[in-house]
Design a protein around this ligand. Structure first.
Ligand SMILES: Cc1cc2nc3c(=O)[nH]c(=O)nc-3n(C[C@H](O)[C@H](O)[C@H](O)COP(=O)(O)OP(=O)(O)OC[C@H]3O[C@@H](n4cnc5c(N)ncnc54)[C@H](O)[C@@H]3O)c2cc1C
Length: 351
C-alpha cells in the first residue's frame, strides 16, 4: 500500500492549484482525475476582472484575492517555464448614459484602483462601437488549458497523478488514515467541480451548477487588443485574429453538449456589437460549479474529519482559487479557522 499525505480528487483549477500548494509545502500528494469526465476549467476563458458591471462594484474580495492570484500564477510560470498570465484591459461598452455617469463617479473612490478615470468616445479607438466606453485596467486572462496541461505533466513527473474515475465505494475510513484501493492517505480532499453533486460524503451542499458555452471565432477585421465587454465578452487570443466569445448561462441543461441555442444567443450579441464577418471555428460547453449563495465551499465532513471538500468557485475560479487554496491549507494544518462565508458548515443542519 502506497502512503500519501493527501489524495485530491479532480484536476480542474481547484484541484490543480491546491495540489501545487500542497507539493510546495513538501507534502506527498496523489491527484486522481479522469480526463474524460466533465471539466469546466478546460472551457473557461480564464478572465480575471475585479469589477462587477451590473452594479459597478468591486468583485467579492478582489482587493485580497487578486494579489495572491498574481503571485500564484507568476510562480507557476517560473515552475513550468511558460507564459500563463496575459494582462489585458477590459473595454466596458456602456449600455446607457446612466452607466457612464456612474462609471465617472466610481473612478473617484471605490473602483479607483481597478478602472481608468477617462471616458473614451466611441469615435476614437473602436470606431465601430455605438456607445462610449471605459477601461478596466487591472484585468486580463490566464491560459487555463496550458496551466492544466503543465500541472498534469508536473504531477506525473512527481508520481502524483492517477488517471481514473474515483469510486466513492472504495473508500475505507479509519481514524488515522483513509484507504483507497492501493493507497492510504492522511486526508482526502474532493475537488470534483459540478460532479460533486454526486458525492455521497457532501450531500448537504446546495450546489446550483450553471452550464456555459463559448465560441472561438476567426475575424480578420476586428483589431481589438482589449477584451470587449457588453454583457458578453470578446477576448482576443494570443493567436492572430482569433477571439473567444462568451458566455451563456443555463441552469436546466447540465450536460457538456454544445447547443444551437447558445450559438444563436452568442452570434446575435456579436452581430449587434461588431459589423465584421467572422468564421466560427469552435464551440465548447462546460458546467460551472456554483453554490446557491455563490460562494466557494470548503471544510471537512461533519463526522469524518479527515475528508474535505474544496469547490464551488462558480464563475471566478481564476481569481478566487489561489487565495482560498492558501486559506484552506492553513485550515487543514489547524493554523486558522475558515471564513464563515466559505465554510461547508453553513450547509450542515444546525444542532
Ligand atoms: C463557459 C465558461 C466560461 C468560464 N469563464 C471563466 C473565466 O473567464 N474566468 C474564471 O475564473 N472562471 C470561468 N469559468 C468558471 C470556471 O471554469 C470554474 O469556476 C472552474 O473551472 C471550476 O474548477 P473546478 O476545479 O472546481 O472544476 P472542474 O474544472 O470542473 O474540474 C473538476 C475535475 O474533477 C474531475 N472529476 C470529477 N469527479 C471525478 C471522479 N469521480 N473521478 C475522477 N475525476 C473526477 C473532472 O474530470 C474534472 O477534471 C467559466 C466556466 C464556463 C463553463
Amino acid at each position: 500500500m502506497e502512503k500519501k499525505d493527501f489524495i485530491v480528487v479532480g484536476q480542474g483549477l481547484a484541484g490543480s492549484i491546491l495540489a501545487l500548494d500542497l507539493l510546495k509545502q513538501n507534502k506527498s500528494v496523489l491527484v486522481i482525475d479522469n480526463g474524460e469526465l466533465s471539466n469546466s476549467s478546460r472551457v473557461a476563458a480564464g478572465i480575471y476582472n475585479p469589477v462587477v458591471f451590473k452594479r459597478l462594484t468591486q468583485s467579492w474580495m478582489a482587493d485580497k484575492t487578486m494579489p495572491v492570484m498574481f503571485e500564484f500564477f507568476k510562480e507557476a510560470e517560473k515552475l513550468f517555464n511558460t507564459k500563463l498570465i496575459h494582462p489585458t484591459k477590459i473595454t466596458r461598452v456602456f449600455a446607457s448614459e446612466q452607466e457612464e455617469l456612474l462609471w465617472k463617479k466610481k473612478t473617484v473612490n471605490e473602483l479607483s484602483d481597478f478602472i481608468d478615470a477617462e471616458i473614451h468616445l466611441a469615435e476614437n479607438e473602436y470606431t465601430f462601437l455605438n456607445n462610449n466606453y471605459g477601461f478596466v485596467s487591472q484585468a486580463g486572462f490566464v491560459d487555463v488549458p496550458c496551466f492544466l496541461a503543465r500541472t498534469q505533466n508536473y504531477l506525473e513527473q512527481h508520481t502524483a497523478y492517477l488517471n481514473e474515475t474515483f469510486s466513492y465505494e472504495d473508500v475505507v475510513i479509519n481514524k488515522q488514515e483513509i484507504m483507497y484501493k492501493d493507497y492510504s492517505c492522511g486526508k482526502l480532499i474532493f475537488c470534483e467541480g459540478h460532479l460533486a453533486t454526486q458525492n455521497p460524503f457532501f450531500k448537504e451542499i446546495k450546489f446550483k451548477p450553471a452550464k456555459g458555452e463559448v465560441l472561438t471565432i476567426y475575424c480578420e477585421e476586428l483589431k481589438a487588443t482589449s477584451i470587449l465587454n457588453k454583457d458578453f465578452f470578446i477576448l482576443p487570443l494570443p493567436e492572430a485574429h482569433h477571439f473567444k466569445v462568451g458566455a451563456t448561462y443555463n441552469w436546466d441543461d447540465l450536460t457538456d453538449e454544445v447547443s444551437n441555442e447558445a450559438k444563436q444567443t452568442l452570434t446575435d450579441k456579436l452581430n449587434t456589437l461588431i459589423p465584421f464577418s467572422y468564421k466560427i471555428i469552435n464551440q465548447q460547453a462546460g458546467v460551472r460549479p456554483s453554490t446557491i449563495d455563490r460562494r466557494p465551499v470548503m471544510g471537512n465532513h461533519s463526522i469524518h474529519k479527515n475528508i474535505y471538500v474544496f469547490n464551488g468557485f462558480g464563475t471566478k475560479a481564476v481569481m478566487l482559487a489561489p487565495y482560498f487554496s492558501k486559506h484552506f491549507c492553513s485550515f487543514i494544518e489547524n493554523k486558522s479557522e475558515l471564513f464563515l462565508d466559505v465554510d461547508v458548515k453553513r450547509f450542515y443542519a444546525r444542532e
